[in-house]
Structure formats: structure tokens, C-alpha cells
Write a protein that binds this ligand. Sequence first.
Ligand code: COA
Length: 256
Amino acid sequence: MTISIETHEAGVSLDLCDQRAVLDLFGAAYYRYHYFDDIDRLDRIRFLARTHDGALVGFCAAEQFGMFYKLSNLLVDRRARGQGIGRRLEYTRLRYVRHTGLGAYVSCACDTPASQRLKLEFGLLPIGARYGYRVNVTAPGVVGSSIVFVDRIGLLGTAEESVMVDPKNERARVIFDGSTDLVEQLSVFPSDWYVDVLSQPEVIEGVDLLAPAGIDIDLTDGSYLYCHQLKNDRYNMALTANPTIICFLMRPEDVC
Ligand SMILES: CC(C)(COP(=O)(O)OP(=O)(O)OC[C@H]1O[C@@H](n2cnc3c(N)ncnc32)[C@H](O)[C@@H]1OP(=O)(O)O)[C@@H](O)C(=O)NCCC(=O)NCCS
């Protein structure tokens, strides 16, 4: 199959046929795609894979945040998988990002090893795990996990106490500086939410309701904090689902 990969710069709309085709591609692949509203956002660069007769068979996107591009939405039509289209999309997207001199950051689904393989093949480094990061996406009741990959990090950051809540995706993140009662803060979240805590390592010692989950970075400057995940029902369901994880997390000192 002859495939061409097109790059659509940020700020330029896809034509209506392509917008429809992108939505159909994601609609056919997922039960409830949690990023539907974001797919064709104009502040993203969008990469389309097309057959010689114009049919859309693959898509991915990249969005700039400060010093990094966040990569998202890599998808190849089920009928066209295993023929190198995902690799060509990933290659084109990373070549674009690397040409800008900025970093790459991606949260990579663990439903199969395919996407993780591509990230490793192109030199991205696994730094964090998110057990149960998404639910009901591929099928009703299915709890999915993801691995965070980057191509660089900055220095250890300073935690500034804050809480971010995403009710739509049933997720919360606490940035913890050690000055408050963490257990009390975590107790407000429903047990079936994905909840993680970012902090410097020493303030989290001995909190046994948390599991280490690598590090995560601030996309504006690449600074990192240690990540721990709340061992709640969502976490346990994700472990039971046996996510396909094919890489060991790197330590921050081993990531250049
Ligand atoms: C991930 C995805 C985009 C890969 O697209 P693809 O066109 O099938 O990938 P390619 O044919 O380029 O294969 C690239 C590599 O992935 C791996 N791979 C592909 N399909 C695989 C499978 N079913 N099982 C294991 N590895 C697989 C192989 O290592 C392959 O390398 P090889 O050609 O040397 O064997 C596609 O599987 C997909 O859309 N999956 C569902 C959505 C998804 O998981 N997206 C990623 C979100 S982070």
C-alpha cells in the first residue's frame, strides 16, 4: 500500500472531509475516546496518513507547551496496522519536533506493546508509569494504563503545593510540599479515580498508601518531581488488568 504522510501546521483547519474522517477513525477504534474534543484543535500540529486514493488510515498530533511538545492521539486504522504506518507517523512527528530543538513528551497507552516499541525504537526514555490512567476508552469497564516517555529532562524542581482535578476523566494530581496533611488531602477523592502525587522524594517517605511511579516533568521547563500513585480501587483494577509494559523506568540521573 502506498501511503503518504501529511503535516498540517498549527493554526490551519483541516478541510471538512478530513475533519469527518479523523473523527470516524477514532470513533471506529474506541468505545469512548476521552480526547475527542482535542483531536483537531488548531493549536496542534496534525499528521495524517493517507492511501493513494485519499483514504485516511492514520493520525497523530503534537502540541507545544513551553520547552516541550506533547505528543498525542497516535492511531492507525485497525485494518491497516502492522504495515509500518504507525512507524512512519511517529518518525515524521519526532523529526518535526527534533527539528525545532524542543523536547518530546508522550503518555503512551499500554493496551499493546506496539506504541511503546516505537517510542523505544526512536530513542525516547520511559520515566513514569500511570496505572489506571484511563477507563472505558477501548471498551466498557476496561481500565488502561500508560507509560510516560521523554527525550530529556531538566533539574529536580521545587514542589509548590496545589491540587488539579479533572472530573471528566476522573483524575486528580496533588503537588505536595510536605506542609499539609497528605492523607487527609487524598481522602477526598473517590476511590475509583486515578490519583497521583508529585513531590520531592524525602517528603513522601513512609506514606504507605502510595506506590512509586517514577517521575513526571513540568513541560514549561522540563524540571521534574517524583511521582507516586494512590493505591486505591482504580490502581488495583489496573494491576489486575495486567497492562502490557515492555520497559523499565529510567532513573532521573540516567536521563540526559
Ligand atoms: C500503535 C499503532 C499506532 C502502531 O501502528 P502500526 O501501523 O500497526 O505500527 P507499525 O506497523 O509501524 O509497527 C511498528 C512496530 O510496532 C510493533 N507492533 C506493531 N503491531 C504490533 C502488535 N500487534 N503486537 C506487538 N507489536 C506490534 C512492532 O515492533 C512493529 O515493528 P516491526 O515492524 O519491526 O515488527 C497501532 O497499533 C494503533 O493504532 N494502536 C491503537 C492505538 C494506540 O495504542 N495508540 C498509541 C497510543 S500512545
